[in-house]
Design a binder for this molecule. Structure first.
Ligand code: NAP
Length: 283
């Protein structure tokens, strides 16, 4: 017997499937439902610790945490129609992708107990701390559910506004895509096996992390010392990146975009400020 809280997962696609398995692996009595029964049957065959339910209402019976992981927000509304008041008193965690606006409408519909979530690591690593999940909504509701949600990975509460998880999700995508696009460009430029570039670049990431932390302090203070080079110096470095790319036949779309942002900062009078001053011309 386990005394861990019972949970329910509605929707056992790529995301809901790994979420159900992670809850079950952590020892939570886990019940799952899926619209297409065969998909649920496949999941239960792979992990008999997940109990199948024939309807959404049957799945959530007794669950303190109910996770919704379906295709889109319209499907979430369909599910809420089917659930009626069966989730009253439970924490409803929506992992389905939404926008801040559609999330607020969902939160208003569910009322007390709604948390919005964003799976930042896709389906990878779900069940260990390397998987990052962002949550938004009432902090007291989050605190009460946190020990359960930790079964999925690292759980971070990013705001009381239920739309915050979706906003942060999209914003963090800019960080991830910036790093990934930069890596693709670097690998194309060097032309060696990309694995070599990955090895060296990944080893350099702690430095990049330090830069982000330092820039955050500068942006929050509105002061941009030139410790690591001015905007003008970085504009010169990007020009060099563009010239080197052209010489090797590598597309310059990415460094061109960087140069355009630096130009905007220079026009606004930040040529002799630190690189973080670019933040001033982005909004
Ligand atoms: N996969 C990822 O890495 C990832 C990462 C972050 C966020 N997400 C988000 O997580 C959500 C689920 O993604 P996924 O990758 O699991 O998608 P998926 O593999 O395509 O699964 C979609 C799930 O939604 C169900 N569904 C669709 N319409 C429905 C409806 N009207 N009523 C009830 N159930 C319905 C499907 O049921 P059937 O089996 O019956 O079709 C299936 O269980 C999406 O919003 C996605 O953006 C996914």
């Amino acid at each position: 017997m386990t005394d861990l809280e019972p949970v329910a997962v509605l929707g056992t696609g790529a995301m809901g499937g790994v979420v159900a398995r992670a809850f079950a692996a952590a020892g939570h009595p886990t019940t799952a439902w899926n619209r297409t029964p065969q998909r649920l049957a496949d999941l239960v065959a792979a992990d008999p610790a997940v109990r199948p339910a024939g309807t959404p209402v049957a799945a959530v019976e007794g669950a303190t945490v109910v996770v919704l992981a379906v295709f889109d927000v319209a499907a979430v509304h369909d599910l809420l129609d089917a659930l009626g008041d069966a989730v009253a008193g439970a924490t409803v965690v929506n992992l389905t992708s939404t926008t801040p606006e559609t999330t607020r409408a969902l939160a208003a519909r569910v009322g007390e107990g709604y948390l919005d979530g964003a799976a930042m690591s896709g389906t990878r690593h779900v069940g260990d701390a390397a998987a990052l999940f962002l949550y938004a909504g009432d902090p007291v509701t989050f605190a009460a559910a946190e020990s359960v949600l930790r079964a999925l990975g690292t759980a971070r509460h990013v705001g009381t506004d239920p739309g915050a998880a979706s906003l942060w999700d999209t914003a963090l995508l800019a960080v991830i895509l910036g790093a990934v696009a930069g890596f693709h460009h670097a690998a194309a430029l060097v032309g060696d096996p990309a694995a070599r570039m990955a090895e060296v670049a990944v080893g350099h990431l702690p430095f990049v992390a330090g830069v982000l932390t330092q820039h955050a302090v500068q942006i929050d203070a509105g002061r941009y010392p030139v410790d690591d080079g001015s905007v003008a110096v970085f504009a010169g470095a990007v020009d060099q990146l563009i010239a080197t790319s052209v010489a090797r036949g590598v597309a310059t779309d990415l460094p061109d975009a960087l140069r355009a942002v630096l130009d905007r900062a220079i026009t606004a009078g930040h040529a002799d400020d630190g690189l973080a001053s670019v933040a001033e011309v982005l909004r």
